[in-house]
Design a protein around this ligand. Structure first.
Ligand code: PLP
Length: 474
């Protein structure tokens, strides 16, 4: 197990430029619920009028796809917007509308849609071969790049974040010869059974806030999964003290990015690391969403806490299906000596490797810092709007990602998040959509400033938010 000293935050990030930001307004007033309801009704009518093509497409798609979508995250009522093309930071929907994309494939499109360098690399690969299922210099080259960038000794490629987190759990189980895991209440890590426990449970079914009980979906064989609140070292310690002998790993996002953005308290991640070490339990960071969006070496290095295993996906692939899991040589030895089997026909195929190498070239410290600067400027401008209108909301940012959280107080865990104002959040999201700004569907997400976004693009987000604030207080 890695017991190294925490790695220093990545060199090159100025000390005055912290990775995380959260601005709580000095004063706030409640919203008028009648006004929120009336505006929401007005905006849904506007949505329907603007998207006849998407409505028709939805009817057609329902014939072959459950909910009319290829992943249930893509669905919303009455129907989602169907997109037919994307370039840079912009989408074109089936009605021919241009939408500023601030979802960017849930963060996978960090380098922008059809980034010319990624397109060129993939086109070149098309002349060489698309699948060898053998070792290749292309895959070894990307493995070496990831090793350097993310501070890993060894890694393996997979095709999705779900596979990466699943194999990380299996690796931890094989290494420790224990089966149980601990996860964070409200945390999402893909579709693997053990990690489907307490993803977004109904608090009414999830036990006390400071000692949540695991909520297991009816259709999964989860095994033993303990659930702890984020930012609560006492509860983690209590579970470890009682069950450490059975626990293989603590699995968590270092910054929660599936319930908006929830930041670690000062010292929390270092505390988790120390608790894991005391009990001989591995620490697995799911960096599927953070990854390069957190900074050029990922969240663990940006925040200065080294896990034993990391799962990567989304931003590292430039829009092609690439994921990976990796960690210390000692832990990853279980893959080499077959204590844990890892297979996959498409793992490390030359098409996605070409894209990944291009992404690695493009995502320099300078390029990512510039996008982060745009994000911070937008967050600061939205802070001013919130303050001017005394909205019961605040902004949160991490790396190139940002979010408005509809609560006047900080959100530190899943239960806090469940107490935020989802009605205002829905209106805020819909308001943007109707003005040509697409943030991710579902209210759990955050926006992403890609390398293709400009200051003018981000101004559109700020202007739409200012217009909403004025309408809420009119
Ligand atoms: C934190 C986290 N882990 C894992 C996954 C699963 O990744 P994939 O959708 O590529 O299977 C996701 C997907 O959104 C995620 O947000």
């Amino acid at each position: 197990m890695t017991l190294d000293a925490p790695i220093a935050p990545a060199a090159g990030w100025p000390a005055h430029d912290p990775a995380t930001r959260r601005t709580i307004p000095a004063s706030s007033r409640p919203l008028d619920p009648g006004r929120v309801e009336a505006l929401t009704e007005q905006e849904w009518a506007r949505f329907s009028a603007q998207h006849p093509g998407s409505a028709a497409h939805h009817e057609r798609a329902l014939g072959s796809l459950p909910l009319g979508v290829t992943s249930s995250f893509q669905h919303w009522e009455p129907h989602p917007i169907a997109i037919q093309a994307a370039r840079g930071a912009w989408l074109t929907d089936v009605d021919g509308r241009q939408l500023l994309d601030l979802s960017m494939g849930f963060g996978a499109m960090l380098v922008g849609h059809l980034n010319p360098a990624v397109v060129a690399a993939v086109q070149e690969a098309m002349d060489v071969g698309t699948l060898f299922v053998t070792p290749s210099p292309q895959a070894t080259d990307v493995a070496e790049r990831f090793k350097r960038r993310f501070g890993l000794d060894q890694l393996r490629f997979t095709n999705s974040g779900t596979e990466a987190t699943m194999y990380a759990v299996r690796t931890a189980r094989a290494y420790t010869q224990r089966h149980a895991i601990i996860k964070i209440e409200g945390g999402y890590h893909g579709g693997y059974d053990a990690l489907s426990v307490s993803v977004k449970p109904d608090p009414a079914e999830a036990g006390p806030e400071d000692a949540p009980t695991p909520v297991v979906p009816f259709d999964v064989e989860a095994g033993t999964v303990h659930v702890v609140p984020y930012n609560d070292l006492d509860r983690l310690e209590a579970i470890l003290a009682e069950h450490a002998a059975e626990i293989a790993a603590v699995v968590m996002e270092p910054v929660l990015e599936n319930i908006s953005i929830v930041l670690p308290d000062e010292g929390y991640l270092a505390g988790v690391r120390a608790a894991c070490d005391r009990h001989g339990v591995l620490l697995v960071f799911d960096e599927v969403k953070t990854g390069l969006t957190a900074g050029h070496a990922g969240a663990s290095q940006r925040l200065g806490v080294r896990p034993d295993l990391i799962a990567l996906a989304k931003s590292v692939g430039g829009g092609l299906p690439l994921a990976a899991f990796g960690g210390s040589a000692e832990v990853m030895a279980v893959v080499g000596d077959n204590r844990m089997w890892h297979f996959g026909t498409y793992n490390g195929n030359p098409l996605v490797m070409a894209a990944a190498a291009a992404v690695d070239e493009i995502c320099t410290e300078e390029a990512l810092a510039a996008a982060e600067h745009l994000n911070n400027e937008a967050l600061a401008a939205i802070d001013e709007v919130i303050a001017a209108h005394e909205l019961p909301a605040h902004t949160v940012g991490f790396g190139v990602k940002g979010a408005v959280t509809w609560s006047p107080t900080p959100v530190r865990n899943y239960r806090d998040y469940k107490r935020t104002d989802f009605v205002a959040a829905e209106l805020s999201w819909l308001w943007g959509v109707n003005r040509g700004i697409l943030t991710p569907p579902g209210l759990d997400e955050q926006w992403l400033v890609s390398l293709a976004h400009t200051q003018a693009d981000m101004q559109l987000l700020v202007d739409a938010f200012a217009e909403l604030a004025a309408a809420l207080r009119a």
